[in-house]
Design a protein around this ligand. Structure first.
Ligand code: ATP
Length: 412
């Protein structure tokens, strides 16, 4: 009733009725248009919301899988030591013990070979995946030089030692047929021993340069690792890498860190060092004599080296690199002053005589200091006076154990 009361009364007059109806039709059409517009708007909103929904669903799925991944337990790393049949293998886990485990069906049995690194399920230790062949980052962290730049002409005063190392390392690499013809086994490696700074590393780098060999330098102490078996694995990977890159010269500096005489002590640290040494010896025995991997060891403490390392067949030649005599010092000074501009009054023989007891590294430092004195005076050439001052400075620095020279003195 109330509704009809609000409705305008329909005119009775036919003309007015016609106008009235026309008005209502026009109003309804306008309303219809408005409603259509609203519908279009709502539909477009709906489409937008649907695409947003799909986006958020995808995001949620991604986050869920990320959470799953974060929640999944870590996989143990192990190495296959033996393959029994298509899905049973013996592995050694990184923690040490060996296990007989199954391998996942997703893994092609063809790819299961001894020596391969795999990931293992934490509970069943089943092989889950095969890791790509990669050498330990630490092996790559070692100094690896394609061909060092130093040549024999950069080594002063070690003529006899150069001859010995050439015969023992260079000749087998360059002319293996000579050894075959004579019927003797070429040496596998040499051991350089002598006081620090006398040019052992330099000599090894020069050999690698002359033979166009890869130069792998590792410091013995780097091979001593915290975890059981890790040091031995590093040694194994070092030899593998050397074989792959051959011809290679492996230079093991401070070999006494792993090669010291084995004792009966039973601390786990000592046992780990011994294990690393055993792996080193096995590695040295393992590769073929005529192979093109040679080892040059260096030590300042030959007296504490294990006899097993010193026996022929491992290091076939033991070459002493002593402190240089006066002639040696003269040759070393010649090497290091080769590129320097010297005044006529500089007599290298005199410098050599005044530097009794100094090693190659000291002599190099003296040449550099003399050059620094000349630069300080803004002089174009180095004089005898500069050398005398440099000898005094280096002598003083070393006597007072101030390797940092004047900087050290400032803090003293
Ligand atoms: P360490 O036992 O401490 O490792 P090292 O015997 O290996 O010492 P190097 O590292 O070869 O000594 O020498 C250090 C630097 O001293 C070389 O880079 C080189 O510049 C210089 N040197 C040493 N000996 C000689 C040499 N006989 N001829 C020319 N330079 C030398």
């Amino acid at each position: 009733m109330a509704e009809s009361a609000r409705q305008p009364k329909e005119p009775q007059n036919p003309e007015e009725l016609y106008r009235y109806l026309l008005d209502r039709v026009t109003n309804m059409e306008t309303r219809n248009l408005e409603l259509r517009e609203q519908l279009r708007q709502v539909e477009s909103d709906k489409r937008y919301i649907e695409t947003q929904k799909i986006r958020y669903e995808r995001e949620v799925r991604k986050l869920k899988s990320e959470i799953d991944q974060l929640r999944s337990p870590p996989l143990v790393i192990g190495t296959i030591t033996d393959v029994l049949d298509t899905n049973r293998v013996i592995i050694r886990s990184s923690a040490g013990p060996r296990f007989l485990v199954k391998s996942s069906l997703c893994i092609d049995p063809e790819n299961l070979k001894p020596g391969i690194r795999v990931t293992l399920n934490q509970q069943s230790l089943a092989v889950v995946d095969i890791l790509p062949e990669s050498y330990d980052a630490q092996v790559y962290g070692m100094e690896v030089v394609e061909t060092p730049e130093e040549s024999y002409s950069d080594v002063g005063g070690l003529e006899q030692q150069i001859i010995e190392i050439r015969e023992a390392v260079e000749l087998p690499l360059k002319r293996p047929e000579l050894f075959e013809k004579i019927g003797i086994e070429p040496p596998k490696g040499v051991l350089l021993h002598g006081p620090p700074g006398t040019g052992k590393t330099l000599l090894a780098r020069a050999v690698a340069h002359e033979t166009n060999a890869y130069f792998l330098r590792v410091v013995g102490s780097e091979l001593v690792q915290k975890y059981i078996g890790e040091g031995a694995r590093l040694v194994r990977e070092l030899f593998d890498l050397a074989k792959k890159k051959s011809p290679t010269i492996i230079f093991i500096d401070e070999i006494d860190a792993v090669g010291a005489t084995r004792s009966d002590t039973t601390t786990s640290g000592d046992r780990e060092v011994q294990r690393t040494l055993m792996q080193l010896l096995a590695g040295m025995d393992g590769f073929e004599r005529r192979g093109d991997v040679k080892i040059i060891g260096a030590t300042n403490r030959i007296d504490i080296l294990d006899r097993a390392l010193l026996r022929p067949g491992r290091f076939d030649r033991i070459i002493e690199i002593p402190l240089p005599g006066v002639q040696g010092r003269f040759s070393i000074l010649q090497v290091h002053t080769r590129g320097m501009t010297l005044e006529d009054d500089v007599d290298l023989m005199e410098v050599a005589t005044l530097t009794e007891g100094k090693n190659g590294a000291d002599l190099r430092a003296i040449c550099m200091e003399a050059g620094m004195f000349a630069i300080r005076r803004e002089h174009d050439a180095v004089t005898r006076e500069d050398f005398l001052k440099a000898i005094e400075k280096i002598g003083l620095d070393f006597e007072q154990h101030r390797p940092l020279g004047n900087i050290g003195a400032m803090f003293a």
